[in-house]
Design a protein around this ligand. Structure first.
Ligand SMILES: NC(=O)NCCC[C@H](N)C(=O)O
Length: 405
């Protein structure tokens, strides 16, 4: 535990987007990225085939930039390996990874036995990088009929985007429910970590991966008690309703803003178009900023109350109890704005009020942020960006200090 946590007395808890970041969970990309080929990259939600060594270098620099600002960096792969020291975790992991009906009984039995023999690091590797048909000597009808390159356990290259597979809401963790088939198994791993890792022993869970779809990239903690939840390609209307009920029942929020966003890849999550950079300021994709609406959801302890749609910034300011939520106006022309949004220019990770990490390639957006008084720490992401995610997508804050202006 870091010094900061010893002082605060707790190891997890997040109630804003911008409170000083103390602890974050990342995933250093590994062999799961080496599974990407031109034939499977679309299905696996990558826009190209990353150069893995360079992606790791870029990711190491990202982690170092965080450490340089006194942020403790946890790695998902290490937490998973440590969790798998527990026999109950191993049993749950093996059962989850082999439940796919494509396997059939013979292959499933074989895989369960061989995964069961692996040490925790080997098992974690198989869970993350997957297992190909030509990597086993199973025997039987199914393995004979499947192609060599078919996966018996799918690789999880999008583990890189730790934002989506869990999100802390105050001191409860939401293990999310991912919408795309290529990502669904990721939450089996975050579920294992939050259930079995000693660091999170006793942590309350407010959501689980068997519920309606909610992805962490859609969930923004605008301030204490106020969540904004994007509803679009990933998080469903039923997902935001379920999340609202859950957080209200545990008193983790008083208002949930449901924010419809276009159901398309460029705007797959709310954090691809909008991130907070100060206690009262957001960076928003200019081409969508004017039209974004929100429905404020509150409760009387029993029923949900749904307000009429209002402009997002108006609804957010009301919920936060402030006069105005400032939009940093990047003033970009529509074409530059669209290019830089695609390159995750709007996907900044706040380290503290007015300090954020951004990709260096979104030159114009970063310049406008600085003109508005926001410090921008630039990282390179030419390879990391091929998965279509930026610094916020690649990070799951575990502990933030309370936000103070
Ligand atoms: N929060 C985010 O926007 N995460 C980026 C996820 C990218 C990933 N390739 C996906 O399509 O899910």
């Amino acid at each position: 535990m870091t010094e900061a946590q010893q002082h605060s007395g707790k190891a997890y808890g997040v109630d804003s987007e911008v409170g000083a970041l103390r602890t974050v969970m990342l995933h250093r990309p590994g062999n799961e990225l080496r599974r990407l080929t031109p034939r499977n990259n679309d299905k696996l939600l990558f826009d190209g085939i990353p150069w893995v060594g360079r992606a790791q270098d870029e990711h190491d620099a990202f982690a170092q930039a965080l450490r340089d600002r006194d942020v403790e960096v946890l790695y998902l792969g290490e937490l998973l390996t440590e969790s798998l020291a527990d026999p109950a975790a191993r049993a749950q992991a093996v059962a989850g990874a082999t439940e796919d009906l494509r396997l059939g009984d013979t292959l499933r039995d074989y895989l369960q036995a061989s995964l069961g023999e692996l040490d925790p690091a080997g098992l974690a590797e198989a869970l993350m990088a997957g297992v190909r048909n030509d990597e086993v000597r199973a025997g039987g009808l199914v393995t004979s009929l499947l192609a060599h390159e078919d996966f018996l356990i799918d690789p999880l290259p999008n583990l890189l985007f730790t934002r989506d597979s869990s999100v802390w809401i105050r001191d409860s963790v939401a293990v999310t429910s991912l919408a795309m088939p290529a990502r669904m198994r990721e939450t089996q791993l975050t579920e294992l970590i939050y259930t079995f890792h000693p660091r999170f022993a006793g942590a309350d869970k407010v959501y689980d991966h068997q519920l309606e779809h909610v992805e962490g990239g859609d969930v923004l903690a605008l301030g204490p008690g106020v969540l904004a939840v994007g509803v679009g390609e990933r998080t469903t209307p039923a997902g935001v309703e379920r999340l609202a009920r859950r957080v209200f029942s545990k008193d983790l929020a008083h208002t949930v803003l449901a924010v419809p966003i276009a159901q398309q890849r460029a705007t797959m999550h709310l954090d691809t178009v909008c991130t907070m950079v100060d206690t009262d300021a957001v960076l928003m994709y200019p081409n969508m900023a004017e039209e974004m609406r929100a429905l404020a959801v509150t409760t009387d302890g029993d029923q949900l109350h749904i307000a009429e749609p209002e402009p997002f910034l108006v609804a957010a300011a009301k919920a936060l109890g402030i006069d105005t939520l400032r939009r940093i106006d990047t003033g970009l022309d529509p074409v530059t704005a669209e290019r830089e949004q695609w390159d995750d220019g709007n996907n900044t990770l706040a380290l503290a009020p007015r300090v954020c990490i951004a990709y260096e390639r979104t030159v114009e957006t970063n310049a406008r942020l600085e003109e508005s008084g926001i410090e921008v720490i630039r990282i390179s992401g030419s390879e990391l960006g091929s998965g279509r995610g930026g610094p916020r997508c690649m990070s799951c804050p575990v502990l933030r200090a309370p936000a103070t202006a």
